[in-house]
Design a protein around this ligand. Structure first.
Ligand code: NAP
Length: 338
């Protein structure tokens, strides 16, 4: 099945791979970027049949451009949402555009007669705010935004998904709404402009960490996340569905070992010693980013993708491949000097 689809945030990491797959499968794609001055760069790295792709200017915080960008489309993938590299001064810098952007996209989608609306949510909306007491998560779980370990990005994704589901229940009519909830996304890079999710690999490769912190995450490949979005756009009976897209949980020490084994001398700066928790806790008093994630130390957060496998036949690749593809592309594109 192919048709005419709207994808928000065409300059983004996940959106790029999604647009590539959609065009390869015959879809006509309308996408948005905040500033059309970036169109030529984004087209260059997407490297797709240009006649299949049209760019529109739109911002999550403004009504301008959305109606034109959705005109003629039957499907929506709302992917854009802020992912900061640094801790925001105020949580509303993330929460407001995430929530308002989702509601704006829904309102314009309904007005445009969209049949199926796929929203990129996150495991951040599923598996946080449980005080380190819960380790295994399914689509039935929701992040508790009142908890101290729910930091601003986590809150933004949870509040946006909840607001979107509430809006659809009240106003959605027969427009089908479904979310994809990825864990940490890694994989190849199209350009040196990369998502914040790849930062941990960069830090390991460039040796900027004094040791390996006791953090862990479920890793999923960007190509598999794109593929799950396409399945959600095309499979029958998706109304209300929620799909975690997560690979296996890995400690950062396991990730470092994959880099060492796969890259040889190119991984010479990757640390081997563990960074004691007390060092990180000390650092958290001075560094707002460390402060944000210090509650993650020793925390296992394992989110199951069984539902996507059962309902959509979705498969994930070995995270070793995703880790090494990220690393090799960061080296190739000059993002890190090894
Ligand atoms: P990304 O590369 O940083 O892409 C984010 C996109 O959102 C960019 O296109 C960005 O546009 C756009 N955006 C941000 N603020 C905007 C605004 N105010 N108005 C319009 N567009 C705006 O990140 P990504 O990894 O592809 O993430 C895409 C989606 O996946 C997000 O919803 C994110 O929460 C979700 N997600 C990501 C991960 C992960 O590990 N990467 C995991 C779970 C969920 P600019 O280029 O103009 O900044």
């Amino acid at each position: 099945m192919a048709g005419h689809v709207f994808v928000s945030g065409g300059s983004g990491y996940i959106a790029g791979f999604l647009i590539r797959q959609l065009i390869a499968e015959g879809w006509q794609v309308n996408t948005t970027i905040r500033n059309l001055a970036r169109e030529a760069d984004v087209r260059a790295w997407l490297n797709v049949d240009n006649s299949k792709l049209t760019f529109f200017a739109a911002d999550l915080m403004s009504d301008e451009g959305w109606a034109e960008a959705m005109a003629g489309c039957t499907h929506v993938a709302h992917v854009a949402s802020p992912i900061p590299a640094n801790a925001p001064k105020h949580e509303d810098e993330l929460i407001v555009p995430a929530r308002e952007g989702a509601l704006r996209a829904l309102r314009f989608a309904k007005a445009a007669g969209i049949k199926r609306f796929v929203m990129t949510s996150s495991v951040a909306a599923v598996a946080y705010g449980h005080g380190g007491t819960k380790h295994h998560f399914t689509e039935a779980d929701w992040t508790n935004v009142e908890s101290p370990d729910a930091y601003p990005y986590v809150k933004s994704k949870t509040i946006a998904e909840r607001a979107a589901r509430d809006w659809v229940a009240a106003n959605g009519g027969d427009m089908e709404f479904v979310t994809v909830n990825p864990s940490l996304v890694l994989g190849p890079l199209m350009a040196p402009d990369f998502s914040t999710s790849l930062e941990a690999i960069k830090k390991l490769l460039e040796g900027s960490l004094p040791g390996i912190p006791s953090f862990g995450f479920s890793i999923v490949d960007v190509r598999d996340v794109a593929d799950l979005h396409v399945r959600c756009l095309t499979a029958p009976n998706m109304a209300g569905e929620r799909f975690i897209s997560a690979g296996p949980f890995m400690w950062m020490g396991d990730v470092a070992a994959v880099l060492k084994e796969g890259l040889g001398t190119q991984a010479r700066k990757v640390p081997t010693r563990r960074l004691p928790n007390f060092v990180l806790k000390l650092l958290s008093y001075f560094d707002p980013i460390v402060k944000q994630v210090v509650g993650e130390l020793d925390n296992v957060r394992d989110a199951s993708s069984q539902h996507a496998k059962d309902v959509l036949g979705w498969q994930t690749r070995d995270p070793k491949e995703s880790i090494l593809d990220t690393a090799r592309d960061m080296i190739r594109l000059g993002v890190v000097k090894v």
